[in-house]
Design a protein around this ligand. Structure first.
Ligand SMILES: *Cc1c(COP(=O)(O)O)cnc(C)c1O
Length: 309
């Protein structure tokens, strides 16, 4: 009964076995502190050490440049669908450009429409969301407040390997389902967000990485919980943070750094794993096929179509 199964779920997804073992070991009493991470105040040195290490691990894994903030927020990636336009579109007097390459990008654009004018820079829906766009296909407005992309569309299994050049317009990315799966040049983005439960930890925390310039440009008059300025000023502790989820991110990022050896190594592992699945599809004699076009194939989510005839 307690034999582990193969868990292929996108999220919450499988956690590394050594991380689960560490959580089990630590749960009653966190490393000599005489209390559990589930009971401990977030305003204590042990929790400060956990959130500080989680951020430091992310900084070293991704090579996050100076001039970028790391925030641990709640509400999932879905709250970022609202928080990004609430801060950067509503009242900006400018439209925002959305690249719609799958279900999640479409959802993000639907929320943004409630905050201001959304322009569709590219829409993959007529193609059944089977691929990502190339730079030349994007309709980009140089006056846009930002350009929103999804680096990996989880449901359709399409991934973006070349991020668009948006000139002076900040690039905002929902990286929920390929965050920490491969190296990422953070300096290309104004703001990047990812729910932790896909690759980085347990549900309940969303990692937001944003440039100081983006933070500067955010309004100061938004509801505190929905304000990047207030969340940054509170160092992700404007209110009680999801302590346990932050702790799991700390453990997973430590494992990625120390056991896997960083994101290049993680990416090589992912290429190998995905290759096994795509090869099996190719050997099915046409019974199965990958939903995504070859050049856009995700190494995270292999979406399969079965042709039953
Ligand atoms: C899972 C997922 C979401 C939604 O994440 P929540 O944390 O459940 O809100 C958003 N975008 C992408 C790309 C996803 O894979």
């Amino acid at each position: 009964m307690n034999e582990p199964i193969h868990n292929f779920a996108a999220g919450p997804g499988v956690l590394p076995a050594p991380v689960i073992a560490e959580i089990r070991e630590d749960l009653p009493h966190l490393g000599g502190h005489g209390t559990s991470i589930l009971e401990m105040s977030h305003r204590t040195p042990p929790f400060e050490a956990i959130i500080t290490e989680a951020e430091a691990n992310l900084r070293s894994l991704l090579g996050i440049p100076d001039g970028y903030r790391v925030l641990f927020l709640q509400g999932g990636a879905t709250l970022q669908f609202a928080m990004v336009p609430f801060n950067f579109l509503q009242g900006a007097g400018r439209p925002a450009d959305y690249v719609i390459a799958g279900t999640w990008g479409k959802k993000a654009s639907e929320d943004a429409r409630k905050a201001g004018k959304v322009q569709v820079a590219w829409n993959g829906e007529p193609l059944g969301f089977s691929r990502m766009p190339g730079q030349s296909e994007l309709l980009l407005d140089p006056k846009a407040a930002y350009v929103h992309i999804t680096s990996n569309e989880t449901i359709e299994g399409v991934a973006l390997f070349d991020f668009p050049n948006t000139g002076a317009v900040p690039l905002v990315c929902d990286a929920s389902s390929d965050f920490l799966a491969r190296p990422l040049d953070v300096s290309r983005f104004g703001l990047l967000y990812a729910g932790a439960q896909k690759n980085a930890g347990a549900a309940g925390v969303t990692i937001v990485i944003l440039s100081e310039a983006m933070l500067e440009s955010a309004p100061a008059d938004r509801f505190a919980m929905l304000s990047y300025k207030a969340q940054a000023a509170g160092k992700s502790m404007h209110n009680t943070p999801p302590c346990f989820s932050v702790y799991v991110v700390m453990l997973v990022t430590r494992w990625l750094r120390d056991t896997i050896g960083g994101l290049e190594a993680m990416s090589a592992l992912n290429t190998r794993k995905a290759g096994i699945v795509y090869d099996a599809i190719a050997r099915s004699g046409g019974f199965y096929r990958a939903h995504a076009d070859r050049a856009s194939r995700s190494e995270m989510n292999v979406s399969i179509v079965a042709t039953a005839s």
